[in-house]
Design a protein around this ligand. Structure first.
Ligand code: MRU
Length: 354
């Protein structure tokens, strides 16, 4: 199976994305050919979810190379570098965006002595590889995550971490898809995830389509379902993991972790190693995106639900402290506390494999 949420058009001159803002009522694909439409697609969350943003950024970089009319390598690399800076400014929190662009920049630099055509080919191959690696990482994350739960369990998840947010399988819901393949009967509680409703519009849609038992709840109902004993584990994704195990993820994640601790439920974070920012010491260093107040006041309503003059605070992410996290599941296995040590050891493993 191949990912359909983000792909390169056959001629290599456009990124094709599924527009996540119109789901679940419409299935719409957009062909992006210009820096402005690529930037807008990330900022407006047409493509969203940390790994999917990284994949889309890599393909965008390759597309800009393929569309370039520069005749010499130096000018091509210079224009691509400006493009990378521009695209990197579209959203600040998910590290996969800068990670994927840096990887593309590195490949471009390694081919600086080659012809323009050779550079274009190398960049297209690298972007394709980033997506293929994500498919394999998600599959491995799913397998490791499955070892943490058993048939019949109730799982609470937040935001959207499925195939739409990644390549295939997803991260936090990967084990749930894998469990379904094995014939397990899990019961999933999906937080609706105010204010942009990724849980309602995307997670409940993806799980329902796959025939998985999913119950949608408002974010403020998580304590109730936990108190009833219906949740045996919380699985969430991540947008940036600091070197000490602090995790930035969709706003509301920290609240879920605090509730899980109160009710004695293990809280797991699942994501590829591309979401770990080894240079970021703790959650305090993570920049949190602030978004338009209209997302709270009027976006999903026929009429505004708050006075036009009222102030709103709309952070898109929060940071969960490492001491609330029972495990961080990557493609390399389950990291446990103390995270400063387990994350440093993982960094060594990755470096020795490179
Ligand atoms: O603002 P979004 O929708 O891009 O936020 C996405 C999340 O917070 C996800 O939980 C996270 O990126 C993990 S995606 C596999």
């Amino acid at each position: 199976m191949k990912p359909t949420n983000v792909r390169l058009r056959d001629d290599g001159r456009a990124v094709v994305i599924q527009d996540q803002t119109v789901l679940p009522s419409q299935t719409l694909f957009l062909e992006l050919e210009t820096p402005e439409t690529m930037h807008e697609a990330i900022h407006a969350l047409r493509v969203r979810g940390a790994p999917a943003i990284g994949i889309m950024a890599a393909y965008s970089y390759a597309v800009m190379a393929n569309r370039s009319e520069e005749k010499d390598a130096d000018s091509l690399l210079e224009s691509l570098s400006s493009f990378a800076d521009y695209l990197n400014s579209s959203r600040p929190t998910a590290v996969n965006l800068s990670w994927a662009l840096a990887r593309m920049e590195k490949v471009a630099a390694e081919h600086a002595g080659d012809s323009v055509d050779q550079i274009k080919k190398a960049l297209t191959a690298e972007a394709t590889l980033i997506q293929e690696e994500d498919v394999s990482m998600c599959r491995r994350i799913a397998a490791h995550g499955l070892t943490l739960i058993k048939d019949g369990d109730g799982i609470l998840t937040h935001c959207n971490t499925g195939p739409l947010a990644t390549s295939l399988y997803g991260t936090a819901v990967g084990p749930i898809f894998l469990a379904k393949e094995k014939g397990w009967d899990l019961k999933v509680f999906a937080d609706e995830t105010r204010p942009l409703l990724q849980g309602a519009r995307l997670t409940s849609y993806e799980l329902d389509q796959a025939g998985i038992d999913v119950t949608l709840i408002c974010d403020n109902m998580a304590a109730t379902v936990m108190s009833k004993g219906w949740v045996q584990a919380c699985f969430v994704g991540c947008d940036r993991v600091a070197a000490n195990g602090d995790v930035a993820n969709k706003i509301g994640t920290n609240g879920v972790a605090i509730l899980a601790k109160h009710y004695g439920i293990p809280f797991y974070v699942l994501g590829p190693t591309s979401t770990i920012d080894f240079d970021c010491k703790s959650g305090e260093e993570i920049e949190i995106e602030l978004r338009d107040p209209e997302e709270i006041k009027s976006k999903w309503y026929a009429e505004p639900m708050a006075p036009a003059s009222v102030k709103c605070y709309n952070p898109a992410f929060d940071v969960t402290n490492h001491d609330l996290i029972a495990g961080i599941v990557t493609e390399h296995g389950v990291l446990r506390a103390p995270y400063t040590e387990s994350i440093a050891a993982l960094k060594k493993t990755i470096e020795s494999e490179a």
